[in-house]
Design a protein around this ligand. Sequence first.
Ligand code: NG6
Ligand code: CA
Length: 523
Amino acid sequence: MKYTHLILAPLILLLCTCGPASESQVVTQSNSQTVGQADKPNVIFIYLDDLGYGDVGAYGATELKTPNIDALATGGVRFTNGYASSATCTPSRYALLTGIYPWRNQDAKILPGTAPLIIDTGQITVPKMLKNKGYHTGIVGKWHLGLGTGNVNWNERVSPGPNEVGFDYGYIMAATQDRVPTVYLEDGYVVGLEKDDPIEIDYKNNYPGQPTGKDNPELLTMKWHHGHNSTIVNGVPRIGFMKGGEKAKWSDVDMADHFLAYAQRYVKEHKEEPFFLYYALQQPHVPRTPHPRFVGTSGLGPRGDVIVEADWCIGEFMTTLREEGLLENTLIVLTSDNGPVLNDGYYDNAVEKNGSHTSAGPLRGGKYSLFEAGTRVPFITYWKGKIEPKVSDALVCQMDLLSSIAALVETTTDPVDGQNLLSAFMGTSDQGREELVIEATSRTALREGDWIMIPPYPGHPVNKQVNIELGNDKTYQLYNLKDDLGQQTNLAEANPEKLAAMVEAFEAIRGVQTAETHQLKLE
Ligand code: NG6
Ligand code: CA
């Protein structure tokens, strides 16, 4: 039943686009076939999960091979100052889709699988803006922006969700690969759910008699290091408790192939109309479960193997775009939701097998950090024949994509925090943002020109579980990233004027700071 609309969709489209108004429809050239409308290029986001600045060959990785991502980087604009909006997933994805700073939304924090949708259904989003311009819009992959309005019944249509914020089609995992429910949802319905085996989800209490990672280590194929000790699915202990839905549970090792197949099917089915696809891969987030054919391929253990797997998926996806004649009429943006982490809660040898690979490259910190590696990520724009290859130092953020793509399709949006940086994304200008507020687990800092100012935060400087420096310090930190990319020399004391100017600029954007931070400032 749930596939019916996919079969009907092309038919309906055909009926809708046959009228006299469709003169600009399909452009066919003699040698290379170009499908699509010249004034409405397709837009694709390829979004990775926890891929670090140093995890990509084109960004300097030598121990890890990523030929397909490298091909996009060397054939398009490779940004050296491209930022996720946050050092964790949910806030980054919120900003990516809405163009709004995540710290403006109290709910834009790492969400449990039972969290309600955090995007207002009245709010403009990238898919909604493009839908208004006549695009078909789809998401395949990780969602993690909440579903429903609270107390979701997973056995009925789950809404609001992707469909209600602008996606005509959604094939998603609700939260993360390490969180329940471990099922796919297609347009709000759990895929493969059987009526007599309903799903129940609880993030507080277990269901009587159900094994857990904590109590049943003998059932595990992957051991938990911190967190991740609740319901066991496919031998992997997860965050949260789940009961039922046996037939609907995903296969972890097949997830990459599965999302790839749906992404490929989406572009094939919608190639005759302008489309937007948000292809949100699950790698290299935990649990790292490469398909057996990728096990051992990187020499760096499962984390490296799933990056090799993701790179392969991207290559296959690009082949589909090429074969379908879509490359000349499609803007592709490839980036990651936050920086890298090795041990994020499972014993999976990510640390032990890492060797000399530096997932953060030359940057300090990692996922969860206010230091650069938390938010500065691989960021590539690619458009065959339209974007000239270059390396750009322009300061850009994922939050800017909404306004920039609006400009590309000749429309505007309500005012948002994101800026129209279309020329930077197209590589025709090196002019990026003047400033950017970055966020990491509800803390914020200001980047302005080559400088970054991190206000005092009282927390521990290192998250010992993940072994990442978070950027916390009792005093202000000020770094000149041009001279000191690795943030080794705090210039706050040596440069009081610059510090004062940046604190003022930061507070002007951010509003009044917490009493605690303010207190520290006055000391
Ligand atoms: C943390 C999880 C981590 C990961 C993260 C979300 C624990 C101890 N840690 O709470 O494993 O799931 O949330 O990652 O549970 S993100 O990339 O989706 O933001
Ligand atoms: Ca992430």
